[in-house]
Design a protein around this ligand. Structure first.
Ligand code: SF4
Length: 216
């Protein structure tokens, strides 16, 4: 994989970061992100939730932002959403050991309802500032396939006009020879009891297409 890093690199997503991607290896980026104060979201969160997984993975999964469980654990996709993702990955013949898994935004944003911390969506400026870390992860890992989980990640990858309902599961070319696809976020599936089985089947089918790779 070092050979891949010797060649030029093109940022592959439609929406650019508002700040330059920090330099460094994944390990040093993780440490730097742990001290990030570039937007206000660090103030109420417990810790930065940086990406995890194979440092030279061909396939990168990009979720939206950490939730309550991820904030406490410091890892993306844990708790019920992580369990649902693991179930769908297994059905598609994938396991996390072959993937790099991260989020578009690295700190948990929430509002208090009594003692419960309920997710709030990072705004466009917070997303744009935080994309510096996703850009740095993409530069270091250099995946050839990127799967966006949820609308926030899908719009970052393919632009604001992207519609998950109509376009999930479609391979789309991204800059730099990268191929991208978007699908449902497991949390969104858990929040939609009436559509849970249908969307879980769609997530699994999309993951199977993602694992198979684009037809060239
Ligand atoms: S959300 Fe992102 S940009 Fe904002 S403080 Fe956290 S790591 Fe930095």
């Amino acid at each position: 994989m070092a050979a891949r890093r010797e060649t030029g690199w093109t940022y592959p997503l439609a929406l650019p970061p508002a700040m330059p991607a920090p330099a460094g290896t994944l390990a040093s980026l993780r440490r730097k992100a742990g001290r990030c104060r570039a937007c206000p979201l660090w103030q109420q969160a417990t810790r930065t939730v940086f990406g995890v997984g194979a440092p030279d993975a061909d396939m990168m999964l990009v979720g939206e932002q950490p939730g309550d469980r991820e904030d406490l654990a410091g890892k993306p996709f844990v708790g019920p959403a992580g369990a649902l993702l693991d179930r769908a990955l297994a059905a598609a013949g994938l396991d996390r050991g072959q993937l790099y898994v991260t989020n578009a935004v690295k700190h948990f944003k929430f509002g208090l309802h009594g003692k419960r911390r309920l997710n709030q969506r990072a705004n466009a400026r917070e997303q744009a500032i935080c994309r510096q870390w996703l850009a740095a992860e993409l530069r270091e890992v250099r995946p050839t396939r990127v799967l966006a989980l949820g609308a926030m990640a899908a719009k970052a990858a393919f632009g604001p006009a992207f519609r998950l309902t109509a376009q999930h599961g479609q391979w789309l070319p991204l800059p730099g020879g990268v191929w991208g696809m978007a699908t449902w976020h497991p949390s969104a599936i858990l929040r939609s009891p009436g559509e849970r089985e249908r969307r879980l089947a769609e997530l699994t089918g999309d993951l199977q297409r993602f694992a198979a790779g684009p037809a060239r």
